[in-house]
Design a protein around this ligand. Sequence first.
Ligand code: GAR
Length: 208
Amino acid sequence: MEKKRIACCISGRGSNFKAILDAVNTNEIQGEIVLVVTDNPGAEGLSYAHENGIRSETVVRKKGEPRYEYFERIIRLFEEYGVDLICLAGFMKVLSGNIVSRYRNRIINIHPALLPSFPGEKAQRQAVEYGVKVSGCTVHFVDEGVDTGPIILQEAVPVEDGDTEETLAARILKKEHVLFPRAVKLFCSDMLTVEGRFVRVSDRGLGC
Ligand code: GAR
């Protein structure tokens, strides 16, 4: 099986990108990160790309630039690098329809809540303010909606008395760093099949 060519999109800290990178570097994932794209020239996570000799491209949306055209520029990069899989690892822009349809079921996002609860921004704050007892994280394929695509994997964490947005986010983040590489591994091993809203995981053993 050929290694999949992965692009990671980040906007900030990049700890999920780092978790995927670590799993690639230990050959846990049958893939290669060929490109990192950011919309934020100051994204701290770019340092992991630099340290690992991974090409990075900063694509800032120009004033008044239509979303469609902004994402056309990003699509051209993905094409140039021959990307098979796009990982949204804390990428804080909603994708436009052109990129979703071009890479249908090849864009994976991590969201810090148990979808369909608390989609959109500040999911951990939404969970704390709502008073739920359980939250978690979701890895899903990206469709035209906001955090509505077919779910690949989910993991729950307890919400404890006295939790703040920050303490809950830290607890969820630990799970994200396990769940996202696991989903990328499944994709890169051709073990995911999408049937409508359902993502089937092939039952070959994985040990990760
Ligand atoms: C993560 O918690 C991720 O789930 C969240 O942003 C954080 C990025 O952290 N993503 C979203 O909220 C997307 N809607 P990281 O840059 O350290 O990976």
